[in-house]
Design a protein around this ligand. Structure first.
Ligand code: ZN
Length: 151
């Protein structure tokens, strides 16, 4: 399934899947949300500690495929220190990137997720942690399912 990804991005995704960052329960989290993708079997909890409008820490727990786990891992590294507005803006960028393969500006290692657009069935996997993280940051303590959300 990785045939069309460049080696660099493939390595990044494999590395984050093998050694996910911030893969733990966050004991002092004040926000959580669940994300479920019943089609693939991806199931994650996103934990966030917000200080006012700013994301101080993010972590995740759960199980799923390589793409969803790598995406969640990269997410936790990307959201730390962001304001809620920045999280929303980044969510939009990632959504566009994963669905079209194109992006604007410097997105760093998030670019690894752009290759996912070539695998439509994996787009939901890649976006699931982001939908859940957005719900968490916005204080919606809920389960986000890929099968009820609008694309
Ligand atoms: Zn998946």
């Amino acid at each position: 399934m990785f045939d069309d990804l460049t080696d660099l991005y493939q390595q990044l995704i494999l590395d984050h899947n093998k050694s996910p960052r911030n893969f733990r329960v966050l004991p002092n989290a004040n926000r959580t949300a669940q994300g479920a993708n019943p089609i693939c079997g991806d199931n994650y909890t996103i934990y966030a500690r917000m200080d006012g409008d700013v994301v101080k820490e993010v972590s995740f727990q759960g199980t799923g495929c390589a793409i969803s786990k790598a995406s969640a891992s990269i997410l936790t590294e990307s959201l730390k220190g962001k304001t809620m507005a920045e999280v929303k803006s980044l969510f939009g960028k990632v959504h566009d990137m994963v669905t079209t393969g194109n992006w604007n500006g410097d997105v760093g290692k998030l670019a690894a997720l752009a290759g996912v657009h070539k695998f439509p069935v994996r787009v939901k996997c890649a976006l699931l942690p982001w939908h859940a993280a957005l719900a968490a940051v916005e204080g919606r303590d809920e389960t986000v399912s890929t099968e009820t959300e609008k694309e």
